[in-house]
Write a protein that binds this ligand. Structure first.
Ligand code: 5GP
Ligand code: MN
Length: 352
């Protein structure tokens, strides 16, 4: 298993028992919530009382990770969120590479004098903003990286039975969701970790059911509608586009998290290398991009979609009428493919 050289330094910092806030990103996914809850449980088990804060609500398919609603949602309790950040002497940031991903919390976190730690697997972390950075773009997920980090703590000494069931279950969830159930971005560590977890009684069957088998009927029908009526394949560019409009959302009683996984579906088509899903909101068009691996959608998103992410999975935003997004996307992709963008395999490796 990979060892994390900075882990002992982090453990020392955590052992100081400072007032701690745990932060993750806007529109949190399983990896964001899994790593947040994993760190929360770990510190609670040590007798500490950190406050987890996220900028926006948790999609309902992840609610089982926070049954007591211990995570402070900024949009629901702004005062509590601000107090936690203002009062923190240590801020642990998980699953994002730039404070911008915390939206309306970014300024408060940025101006805090607390020591700031980043544990994350996105490329190109904003190094200036953090005092201690554990960055591994090769890790499947932040949850995998957090597990490796905990295993490298001197007090854990690579013995996962020293972690509680709650910590392990939360970390397992983030690994499952970020790898799309062990399909993408897996590493040799991923399976060693999964094996450790299984041996220690983590219930993968139940996590799988909770994450992937609790959708609403209307969500399934929206998926059918999109595949039949909205998906457009451009074989020349190897691209697929799908659009969810506000009207679709109303018709299908759309809830947060309902479009989870849709963007992966067109990648099953032989000719599709890049899949794009556009989801209209009141304020902007949310963009989700996926690639089979030859095109870096992270670079594509940074260049044209006000976003970023990973080589194979990225997101962003567009500010234009929904009727124009497909044309904009195809033009952007064509330009991007003609430019000298760095292919993922040729990209400079991240500092380890
Ligand atoms: P999704 O398509 O699932 O919303 O996002 C895929 C990945 O893209 C996320 O894990 C995250 O790394 C990244 N991502 C999504 N939205 C944004 C965004 O607005 N800005 C940046 N920088 N990254 C994003
Ligand atoms: Mn992640």
């Amino acid at each position: 298993m990979t060892s994390i050289p900075l882990a002992p330094e982090l453990e020392k910092l955590l052992n100081e028992g400072r007032n701690t806030a745990i932060i993750s990103h806007f529109n949190p996914d399983g990896d964001a919530i899994g790593s947040t809850v994993g760190m929360l449980r770990y510190l609670r088990d040590k007798g500490q009382d950190p406050v987890p804060v996220i900028p926006s609500p948790i999609p309902s398919f992840l609610d089982f990770l926070d049954p007591e609603r211990e995570i402070v949602r900024y949009t629901e309790d702004e005062k509590k969120a601000k107090d936690a950040i203002r009062g923190a002497e240590l801020i642990i940031c998980l699953d994002f590479n730039s404070l911008k991903r915390t939206e309306w919390m970014a300024e408060l976190i940025g101006s805090s004098t607390a020591a700031k730690v980043l544990i994350d697997h996105h490329p190109n972390p904003d190094r200036e903003k953090f005092d201690l950075i554990i960055s591994r773009p090769d890790a499947s997920s932040t949850c995998e990286l957090l597990y490796l980090t905990l295993m490298s703590f001197p007090s854990i000494d690579a013995d996962p039975s020293r972690l509680s069931h709650g910590t392990l279950t939360a970390l397992a969830t983030g690994i499952i969701t970020d790898t799309n159930n062990f399909n993408n971005s897996i590493t040799p560590d991923t399976f060693i970790i999964a094996s450790d977890m299984l041996r220690l009684g983590v219930d993968f069957d139940t996590i799988n059911s909770l994450v992937f088998k609790r959708y609403s009927e209307s969500r399934m029908r929206l998926m059918g509608r999109l595949l039949t009526d909205s998906m457009a394949v451009d074989s020349r560019l190897g691209a697929s586009t799908m659009v969810i409009t506000l009207k679709d959302k109303e018709e299908f009683n759309f809830a947060d998290g309902d479009s989870e996984g849709f963007v992966n579906l067109p990648l099953m088509i032989r000719d599709v290398e890049v899949s794009a899903l556009f989801s209209e909101t009141q304020d902007y068009i949310r963009v989700s991009l996926r690639s089979k691996g030859h095109v870096s959608v992270n670079a594509l998103s940074s260049a044209y979609f006000n976003g970023g992410g990973h080589a194979r999975a990225a997101g962003g935003r567009l500010y234009m009428p929904v009727s124009q997004v497909r044309e904009y996307f195809l033009k952007s992709l064509e330009q991007f493919l003609q430019s000298n963008w760095e292919k993922p395999s040729e990209a400079a490796p991240e500092e380890k």
